[in-house]
Write a protein that binds this ligand. Structure first.
Ligand code: SF4
Length: 335
């Protein structure tokens, strides 16, 4: 298949220039909205992509037009050869970024700089150590918090993701926005989404509207500034006048943004997901190992992409466990 043929454009004309690669199904935290308490059935090691296979597949996507690669997990930095993978992918003509829970990020600051990584998304769902422990099932608040401050001090572009859950951390919205007063960080409130094993219910989701109601109630009128969203942006961006940082809402549940979707996902065991919510996935690793061309397979998978949320285009469908229940747990997708 010639390199000019655009295999990354779907039937709605959306060009997919952003590939998210999950490096591992493992993590050093156990976040309640991401994985079941009992953990997940891990793929056998032989089913996981080696770093050479990750590089081969990534290079092929870049050859076909991918301009941004984000590394995710589980927790990407728990993978033993994470630094090797970063250095290998850094040789591609692509923007390299990473999403990490920041627990062990202090050990990778030099590697990130060497690989030209500037954009780092971290997870912090509470500014309160006890709540952090409750949601992550691990006592790592201090290390995580200090590592986030380290990344900011080292000059990285840090986005701080907080999954809001009603009755748990929805009363921290203002605290998180206040955090942006003195920290040049982008706080992003993520609407709680349904994935396998996370006991999701719509009434646990804190909606975009509810978040903005809290913000507009607390901050004086005119001080909450709506920022220009970037093309393909998943978030709706704001800042408080005079604050160093900004905040945003990612509203996949109440206000999906699929029209401008440019994202594809590759799981740690080499499956292509054409949408975060799609239950179906396409095996790239087996044909790759058999020496077959995977471009026609990618083309078919991209062409099969639904317009909205893997076909769950209404809240009724999204709430249907027979539909959303077929998907993986978040830890095995990588967000
Ligand atoms: S739900 Fe699927 S189609 Fe919509 S923005 Fe997310 S990945 Fe893209």
């Amino acid at each position: 298949m010639n390199r000019q043929e655009n295999i990354l454009t779907d039937s709605f004309g959306r060009e997919h220039t952003y590939l998210r690669i999950s490096l591992t199904e493992r993590c050093n935290l156990r976040c309640t909205y991401c994985m079941p308490a009992e953990g997940i059935q891990l793929s056998p090691k032989s089913h996981l992509m080696s770093f050479e296979e990750i590089y081969t597949i990534a290079k092929l996507f870049v050859d076909h037009g991918v301009t941004k690669i984000r590394l995710t997990g589980g927790e990407p930095l728990v993978r033993k050869d994470a630094a090797t993978i970063l250095e290998k992918l850094a040789s591609l003509p692509v923007e390299l970024a990473i999403t990490t829970n920041a627990v062990s990020v202090d050990r990778f600051v030099d590697t990130f700089k060497k690989c030209g990584i500037q954009n780092i998304n971290v997870s912090l769902d509470s500014l309160q150590p006890e709540k952090f422990k409750q949601v992550t099932r691990r006592d790592e608040f201090e290390r995580t918090y200090n590592n986030i401050l380290l990344l900011i001090k080292e000059g990285f572009n840090v986005k701080m993701n907080a999954v809001l859950m009603k009755g748990f951390n929805d009363n921290e919205v203002v605290d998180f926005v206040q955090f942006t007063k003195n920290h040049p960080v982008a706080v992003r409130f993520i609407e709680f989404m349904p994935f396998d094993g996370n006991a999701w219910k719509l009434d646990k989701t804190v909606s975009y509207q509810e978040i903005m109601q809290q913000v507009n109630f607390h901050f004086p009128e005119g001080k909450v500034i709506r920022l220009q969203d970037a093309p393909n942006d998943t978030s709706k961006n704001y800042k408080i006048e005079g604050y160093k940082g900004s905040f945003a809402v990612i509203s996949s549940v109440t206000n999906p943004f699929c029209d401008t979707c440019n994202r594809l996902r590759l799981t740690a065991n080499g499956q292509l997901k054409n949408c975060l919510f799609s239950a179906s996935e396409t095996d790239l690793l087996t044909p790759l190992r058999e020496g077959k061309s995977i471009e026609p397979i990618i083309k078919e998978a991209v062409h099969a992409k639904f317009k909205v949320r893997g076909g769950m285009d209404t809240l009724d469908k999204l709430q249907n466990p027979d539909l959303h229940g077929k998907n993986r747990s978040m830890i095995a997708i990588g967000g």
